[in-house]
Design a protein around this ligand. Sequence first.
Ligand SMILES: [Mg+2]
Length: 283
Amino acid sequence: MQNVSTVQYHTLDGTAIELHRDIETGNIGHVVFDFDGTISLIRDGWQNVMVPMMVDFLQTETDTTETRAELEEVVVEFVDKLTGKQTIYQMIQLGEEIAKRGGTSQEPLAYKDEYNRRLLPVVEERIAGLVAGTLSAEPLRVPMSLEFLRSLREMGITCYLASGTDVAFVRNEAALLGVAAYFDGGIFGALREYQKFSKAMVLQNILTDFGLSGSELLIVGDGYVEIENAKAVGAIAVGVASVEDNVYNMNADKRERLIRAGADIIIPDFRDGARLLEYLFFH
Ligand SMILES: [Mg+2]
């Protein structure tokens, strides 16, 4: 595997923007954003809910002799690897891990419903605070993301949201964070009929509908799934190496993995958004 710490890149003068590849700038007309970890921090800490739940199921639904710590290691690895895809894929993998250990697994959707049920108290508290106005939206947004969206709107660029979280949740949470109106191209998310949605499909539809070439489309996300999807269609990819709260030290190498996935540019958040836009659109 390539050791990315030695890969050559340069930073845009006086900013935290890392330029990893030469790209054809100046053509972008459409931008697709990931939601959790890219714009929203409402679901921050979700790994702290998903991982123990999966370890619980592996212990109760199989006769494995593996310890909790050993199972946790297995779970952390595949959960991390599948982040960015719809949640159901993590649950499908859980079912496979259970079957692998001689257990009879439930339907992946049953695991996903249980996960949403366990995550609810965490998310609900933040959502209730936002609804009641006792919590301000700003600390629940990735820094300066609203300002970045606002600038794109002023420039007449069409923005889209594509998330692996259920679409109804995404719509509601985007509205509560005050960003929903900026996604004039549409808000897309996970469906119960999960074969009918993927981020790759969203990208392909935009390219086809507007007859775009890759350099006219920009993808901004913190998961390597969307970065890989972007590069697969020749679009420009900005990786957001945002800091997430989880107790498993997942995403410790988030930046490196985004680079490996093919990110052209890496940013920690949107603090240098104005400079990034200048580079992408007027460079
Ligand atoms: Mg994300």
